[in-house]
Design a protein around this ligand. Sequence first.
Ligand code: B16
Ligand code: MG
Length: 217
Amino acid sequence: MTKKAFIFDLDGVIVDTAKFHYLAWKQLANELGFDFTEKQNEQLKGVSRITSLEILLKFGKIQLSNEKKSALLKVKNKQYLGYISKMNENDILPGIKSLLLFLKKNNISFSLGSASKNARLILKILDLHDLFDAIVDGNDVSIAKPDPEVFLKAAKSLHKNPQDCIVIEDAKAGIQAANNAGMISIGIGKKEVLQEADFILESTKELTIDFAKKLID
Ligand code: B16
Ligand code: MG
């Protein structure tokens, strides 16, 4: 049996919830009186909910009390939950389900390593929750990516050494977190954003079983 294990990010790797985060943040920005572009949204990927709001408010040059910030986080999450409740198994990104089933069948352990506090709910909506050997999400960590905490906790849950863990990530902050943890990092997305990754794939379609086999050999 291989010593290696996989750690999957959620948003942008298992499912494209990034578009829903963007819509909900954009709506909030518009309500606060400024616009929010897709390019600006790149900086929110992979970072925690509160850090996302702080980055957004900086774009809008707005300062708010902590009380107002928590009220806005609730509004944004409500909006976001509205979008994700309409998802189903068809929203799982290409190649992911077959890869997870392959890993399961071959006793290769895998965990989730996500910044999202909605991660468990999303995995349940996608009917993937029970496949995972461990789930570490935004409720389990105190320091956001690029800090390695989330991935180190995932490795610990899987009883694996960091250097034997392969992290699949779509965000710059997530690749940095994987590298900071001393893990193998696979970036899904644009080269310009993910240049620090050990391997870069354009989309999850390239995350094939053959590619996974080469990583664990
Ligand atoms: P929530 P990941 C991250 O998930 C998202 O990429 C990031 O955009 C979001 O702000 C963060 O989760 C928190 O999400 O509001 O659902 O708690 O990419 O680490 O799976
Ligand atoms: Mg992500």
